[in-house]
Structures are given as C-alpha cells and as structure tokens.
Ligand binder design. Structure first.
Ligand code: CP
Length: 310
C-alpha cells in the first residue's frame, strides 16, 4: 500500500489520478472486507473521530460515523455544533478546532461558511476532513460520486454528464467538476435556472484544464444525449432572496417520461436529499443509482479514515 500524502482533505483539487486510484482501490477493499473476513474491523481501534457538524446531515455524518465504528474506532460528537458547542457562546471556529484536535485523532467537519474547513485545517494538529463547507466544496461527496460513475463507466473517459439544478450554491457539483478534469474527454452540460447558474470560477477552471462545458435550458433534450444525469436539490436555505428561490424551485424535474428517453446504459445520480426533482416513480428504473451512490459513501469514507490515520 502506497503512503497517503495528504494531511487534510479540504478540496477536490488535492486529488490527482494516482491518489484517486489509491482511494478507490482502498474503497473496493473496504467494501469486500465488509462482506468478507472483516480484517479491518479493529484496524482503527483506539482512534477517536470528532464529528463536528454545524449544519444538518444524514448521509455524510452517519456514513462517517459508521465508517469509524466499522474500523474499530470511536466517535465524539455533539448533536448540533452550532447550538450545543461553545460556538453558541461566540467561540471562534479556529479556537474550537484547536481544542477538538487535543481530544480526537481526526476531525470531520461540516460548516455553513465556504472556506471554513481550510481555516480549521490551518490550525489543526490532527487531520481535518471537509464534510461540506457552505456553498464551497464537498470533496468526499465528489470522491463517492466518481467512484459511482466508475462502476458504470470503468475508465470514466469519454462520458458526457449533465449537472442539473442548483449549480450556484451546490458544493457537490463544484467539487465534482474539479475531479472530472482529471479524466480525458469528459464533457459537462450545465442545466440550471437562470438564478443559480454555475459560477465563473468553475467554468474557468474547466477551460484551463481542457474539460469542455456548455449551458443548456431544455432538460428533456439534454437527457437524450448524456451518459449521466446528476440532479441536485434547489437549496432553499442558501438563497438570499425568496423571489430568486421561487424562480428556481421545481423548474427542473426528471420525470419518468424524460427518463424513458435516456440511453439504456445511462445513469441517474443525486447527492440527496431530494425534494421534488426526481419523482419516486423513477427509483425503480435500473438507471437510478442514487441510493447505491449514497451507500458508496461508506466505503469511500472508510478508505479515507484508514488512509489518513494509518
Ligand atoms: N449528500 C449529502 O451531503 O447529504 P447529507 O446532507 O445528508 O450529508
């Protein structure tokens, strides 16, 4: 096993192809081990993970907590760090991080401000994993997203992917865009309401790294040409204007009629949670991969904890 060169995981740009392959190989091993001999069951015995979530979460939080427990480690946490940690008394994020680094071997942090994970990593003596920082990034989601894409398209190269919905405030699509530049001949089509288009920094990054992109409005047309549709929720909590939110809400819905026109081997992804953008009737379509995608989060996060703490 190669050594893992990262001290912290704060953004997707930290990963190159070699590192991606290392994480995915490790995730494969973790997945096989969970259904096999369980040789990793005590590997992180004695290690403590601090789960510091200032924003709500189901998948990221529980999969990280499950991951450390399945590797033999333990979790310290507070139900809602914004309310029940000393942040409520005005403690700065950097002070809280320095304190938590004295109590835990690794910190997994979700925060409402973009850049918060990077600020925490700068002062932490133990690894910090960004579990989502506002509208910034969600690198571990992007890792599990690419891991899911690879399952359907093993070399990733030559695929066309549509990212749909809240691209302006969506940290998952930002992190995924960065990672997709690591693969050849990937084309990205952005489909979003006018008020939540993909930001210019990502478009510039894609151009600089040779990943073609374009914007379209008609989801029904785009659905017919792509290999992957990555739907996202319109995130009401991130909008500064309720008028803008209403201009975006329920605009793009992947109806069963649209799904019927997709390529037979195409896949449908979503970081979840969803609101109305994928009706439940689509869940039984073999192209729907979002529940499997969420499950892949466990294997990816086990791999990351193992690699960062080994
Ligand atoms: N995909 C994702 O980050 O989900 P949670 O907000 O439930 O963690």
């Amino acid at each position: 096993m190669k050594t893992f060169p990262l001290n912290h995981v704060v953004e997707s740009q930290q990963f190159d192809r070699d590192l991606l392959e290392l994480v995915f190989q490790m995730a494969d091993q973790m997945k096989a081990d969970l259904f096999g001999e369980r040789k990793y069951a005590k590997y992180l015995e004695g290690k403590i993970m601090a789960s510091l979530f200032y924003e709500s979460s189901t998948r990221t939080r529980f999969s990280f907590e499950s991951a450390i427990l399945r590797l033999g480690g333990s979790v310290i946490t507070t139900e809602n760090a914004r309310e029940f940690s000393s942040a409520a008394k005005g403690e700065s994020l950097t002070d809280s991080t320095k304190i938590m680094a004295g109590y835990a071997d690794i910190i997994v942090m979700r925060h409402n401000e973009a850049g918060s994970a990077s600020r925490a990593a700068e002062v932490s003596s133990v690894p910090v994993i960004n579990a989502g920082d506002g509208a910034g990034q969600h690198p571990t989601q992007a890792l599990l997203d690419v891991y899911t894409i690879i399952d359907a398209f093993p070399d990733v190269n030559n695929i066309k992917i549509a990212m749909v919905g809240d691209l302006r405030y969506g940290r998952t699509v930002r992190s995924l865009s960065y990672l997709l530049t690591k693969y050849e001949n990937v084309e990205i089509i952005f489909v979003s309401p006018h008020v939540c288009k993909m930001e210019a920094d990502i478009k510039t990054y894609l151009e600089k790294n040779g990943t073609p992109w374009r914007e379209e409005q008609d989801l029904a047309l785009v659905a017919q040409e792509v290999d992957c549709i990555y739907m996202t929720r319109i995130q009401k909590e991130r909008f500064h204007s309720i008028k803008d939110y209403h201009a975006a809400a329920s605009k793009y819905i992947l109806t069963p009629d649209i799904v019927q026109t997709m390529k037979p081997n195409a896949i449908i992804m979503h970081p979840l949670p969803r609101v109305d953008e994928i009706p439940k009737e689509v869940d039984d379509d073999p192209r729907a991969r979002y529940f499997e995608q969420a499950k892949n989060g466990l294997y990816i996060r086990m791999a990351l904890l193992y690699l960062l703490l080994q």
